[in-house]
Design a protein around this ligand. Structure first.
Ligand SMILES: Nc1ncnc2c1ncn2[C@@H]1O[C@H](COP(=O)(O)OP(=O)(O)OP(=O)(O)O)[C@@H](O)[C@H]1O
Ligand SMILES: O=c1[nH]c(=O)c2[nH+]cn([C@@H]3O[C@H](COP(=O)(O)O)[C@@H](O)[C@H]3O)c2[nH]1
Ligand SMILES: NC(=O)CC[C@H](N)C(=O)O
Ligand SMILES: [Mg+2]
Length: 528
C-alpha cells in the first residue's frame, strides 16, 4: 500500500507528536538514516495510525506528565499490532505506564547533558555504544519500574529505568533524546531501532526519491501538457527540473512578475534557469493585478490570501496565453506544478493537528475555486533534502544553494499596506543589504536575510542638520537548517554598520535601521 499523501512506495516510520519541541528533528534523523518518516499528531486513534501502514512508530517527547489529568495517552492496543515502537521521553513514559510499569515524579530533574550507564553490557538499541555515555535529557518524571516482559538496558541518577526493551515484541524506549546532536551516539540508538529492532532497509535515498517521483509524475500527468510556477527559488527550480525529466517538453514554466519582486529577480530567472535547463518559459507581467488587489490591505493573512488567489488567476491567464501561442487545440491545461515543501504545509496548518501559523500562498492561501490539479513532488521534503535532489538532477550550485525568498515577496515585508512607492523604497534597501552581505562573503553563513519596511511606524531623526520623520528598516538575518526553527545570525558589527550607513544615506524616507535579534520560535522568519 502506498501512503496517498507522500505518493511514495515507502511505508513511513510515523513519529507521533506529543507536543515535542523535537518531533521534526526525530523525523529528520530517521530520514538521515535513509528511511522515510512522517509526523502525525497524538490525537490519532490506534486505528488511524495503523491505517497509514507504518513500518515502525516513534512516540515523541512532550510537556505533560503521564499521571496528570487529561495528559495525552497512547492506547495499549498500539503495542499489539506487531509494529515496532520506540518511545522517547514522554513517549517512553506513556508506553511504560500503559503497559503496567510505574512512572512518578522523582524530585530529581535532569536537564541537559547527563551520564547514562548501561545495565550490563550495552545491547539491543544500545548495541555498539559504550557502557558510559553522555546524552541530552529534559525530564522531571521517570520510569520507576519497567512493565512485565521488558528488560532494563540503562539507568541514570534520576532515572532507574532510562532505557528498556521487549525484544520479542520489538518495543523499546529511552528516557533521553537521541535525536538531538548533543546526545553522543544518539544517531546510533535511532539506527539500532530502525535496522535491528524494526529490521528496515535504508533505501530512501535521494536517487530513489528522484526516480520514484519521476514515475509518479508520469503516471499522474500522462501525455497531457503541464505548467509549473517558477520563481527563481530553489524549490520550484527543483520541481520543474524533476517534471521536465519526467515529461520533457509537455512542460511550460510560468514566471509571475507580480511587482513584489526584488531588484534583478526577473532577469535572473530568465538568465540562470533557462540557461541551465533549456525549459520553455512564459513570463506573466501581472504587476497591475496584484497591486490593485492589495490596495489598502494591511492585515497579513488577508494579504496572503489575496496573493494566493491572484497567483492562481495569473496562472489561469498564462494557461490561456500558452494555448494561444502554441495554437494548441483541445482541453485547457489541467496540471499545475508547485514547489511546495513540507514546512509550507505544516505552517499552513495542513500538517495534521498543526496550528495555522500563516497561510503560505501556495497552500493555505489557495482559492476555493481552484481549477488546476496540483503536482507537488516535493511536498514531503525539507529544504536540505530538496537541495540534495536538485544537485542529483545536475542543477548548478548557484540555483540549489540560493537563499529562499517567499512567493508573496515584498508584499509581506511591508508592515502596512502595499504601495508602489513603498515597494520601490524597500527594493532599494534590500538591494543594498544583499550586496553588502555578498561583498562580505557571508551569503553562505545566513539562511536568508529578510529586509522589512515598517511602513506604519515613523520615528524622528536628524539628517543634514534637519529633522526627519521617517520609517525604520528591519534587518532579519537568520541561520537555520530547515526554516522550521531559526536563530538570528551574529553578523559582524562592521558589516551591519555599513548596511545601516548606506541605507540611511541612499534610501529616501528611511532614517533608522534596526536588527531583529529574535529566534524562531518565538518569532517567525518573515514579519507577516
Ligand atoms: N513569482 C512566481 N512565479 C511563479 N510561481 C511562483 C512565484 N513565486 C512562487 N511561486 C510558486 O510558489 C512555490 C512556493 O514558493 P517558495 O518561495 O516557497 O519556493 P521557491 O521560490 O521555489 O523556493 P525558495 O523557497 O527557495 O524561494 C514555488 O515553488 C513556485 O511554484
Ligand atoms: O513560498 C512561500 N510562501 C509563503 O507564503 C511564505 N511565507 C514564508 N515563507 C518562507 O518560509 C520560511 C519560513 O518562514 P516563516 O518563519 O516566516 O514562516 C522562510 O524561508 C520564508 O521566507 C514563504 N514561502
Ligand atoms: N521532554 C519530555 O518528554 C518530558 C516528559 C515529562 N514531562 C517529564 O518531565 O519527564
Ligand atoms: Mg521563493
Amino acid at each position: 500500500m502506498t501512503t496517498p499523501e507522500n505518493g511514495s512506495e515507502h511505508r513511513p516510520v510515523l513519529v507521533v507528536d506529543y507536543g515535542a519541541q523535537y518531533a521534526q528533528l526525530i523525523a529528520r534523523r530517521v530520514r538521515e538514516a535513509d528511511v522515510y518518516s512522517e509526523i502525525v499528531p497524538h490525537t490519532l486513534s490506534t486505528q488511524e495510525i495503523l491505517a497509514k501502514n507504518p513500518s515502525a512508530i516513534i512516540l515523541s517527547g512532550g510537556p505533560s506528565s503521564v499521571y496528570a489529568e487529561g495528559a495525552p495517552r497512547v492506547e495499549a492496543d498500539l503495542f499489539d499490532a506487531g509494529v515496532p515502537v520506540l518511545g522517547i521521553c514522554y513517549g517512553f513514559q506513556a508506553m511504560a505506564s500503559v503497559l503496567g510499569g510505574t512512572v512518578a515524579k522523582t524530585g530529581l530533574r535532569e536537564y541537559g547533558s547527563t551520564d547514562i550507564t548501561s545495565d550490563g553490557a550495552s545491547r539491543s538499541i544500545l548495541e555498539g555504544t559504550p557502557e558510559h555515555q553522555n546524552a541530552w535529557m529534559s525530564h522531571g518524571d521517570s520510569v520507576q519500574e519497567a512493565p512485565e516482559g521488558f528488560e532494563v538496558l540503562a539507568s541514570t541518577a534520576g532515572a532507574p529505568v532510562a532505557a528498556f526493551a521487549n525484544e520479542a515484541k520489538a518495543l523499546y524506549g529511552v528516557q533521553w533524546h537521541p535525536e538531538v546532536k548533543h546526545s553522543q551516539h544518539g544517531q546510533a540508538v535511532i539506527e539500532n531501532f530502525l535496522f535491528r529492532g524494526a529490521r528496515l532497509d535504508p533505501n530512501w535515498t535521494t536517487r530513489n526519491i528522484l526516480e520514484e517521483q519521476a514515475d509518479r509524475i508520469r503516471e499522474q500527468i500522462g501525455d497531457a501538457r503541464v505548467i509549473c510556477g517558477l520563481s527563481g527559488g530553489v524549490d520550484s527550480a527543483v520541481a520543474a527540473a524533476l517534471v521536465q525529466r519526467a515529461v520533457g517538453d509537455q512542460l511550460t514554466c510560468v514566471f509571475v512578475d507580480h511587482g513584489l519582486l526584488r531588484e534583478g529577480e526577473a532577469e535572473q530567472v530568465e538568465r540562470d534557469f533557462v540557461a541551465a535547463t533549456g525549459v520553455k518559459l512564459h513570463v506573466a507581467n501581472e504587476q497591475k493585478r496584484f497591486l490593485e488587489a492589495l490596495a489598502g490591505v494591511s492585515d497579513p493573512e488577508t494579504k496572503r490570501k489575496i496573493i494566493g488567489r491572484e497567483f492562481i488567476r495569473a496562472f489561469e491567464e498564462a494557461e490561456r496565453a500558452i494555448m494561444r501561442e502554441a495554437e494548441a487545440e483541445g482541453e485547457p491545461i489541467r496540471f499545475l506544478v508547485q514547489g511546495t515543501l513540507y514546512p509550507d504545509v505544516v505552517e499552513s496548518g495542513g500538517g495534521e493537528g498543526a496550528a495555522n501559523i500563516k497561510s503560505h500562498h501556495n497552500v493555505g492561501g489557495l482559492p476555493e475555486d481552484l481549477q488546476f490539479e496540483l503536482v507537488e513532488p516535493l511536498r514531503t521534503l525539507f529544504k536540505d533534502e530538496v537541495r540534495a535532489v536538485g544537485a542529483q538532477l545536475g542543477l548548478p550550485a548557484e540555483i540549489v544553494g540560493r537563499q529562499p525568498f517567499p512567493g508573496p515577496g515584498l508584499g509581506i515585508r511591508i508592515v502596512g499596506d502595499v504601495t508602489e512607492e513603498r515597494l520601490a523604497l524597500l527594493r532599494k534597501a534590500d538591494a543594498i543589504a544583499r550586496a553588502e552581505l555578498t561583498a562580505a562573503g557571508l551569503d553562505n553563513e545566513v539562511w536568508q536575510m529578510p529586509v522589512v519596511l515598517l511602513a506604519d511606524v515613523r520615528s524622528v531623526g536628524v539628517q543634514g542638520d534637519g529633522r526627519t520623520y521617517g520609517h525604520p528598516i528591519v534587518l532579519r538575518p537568520v541561520s537555520s537548517e530547515d526554516a522550521m526553527t531559526a536563530d538570528w545570525s551574529r553578523l559582524p558589527y562592521d558589516l551591519l554598520a555599513r548596511i545601516s550607513n548606506r541605507i540611511t544615506n541612499e534610501v529616501d524616507g528611511v532614517n533608522r535601521v534596526v536588527l531583529d535579534v529574535t529566534s524562531k520560535p518565538p518569532g517567525t522568519i518573515e514579519w507577516e
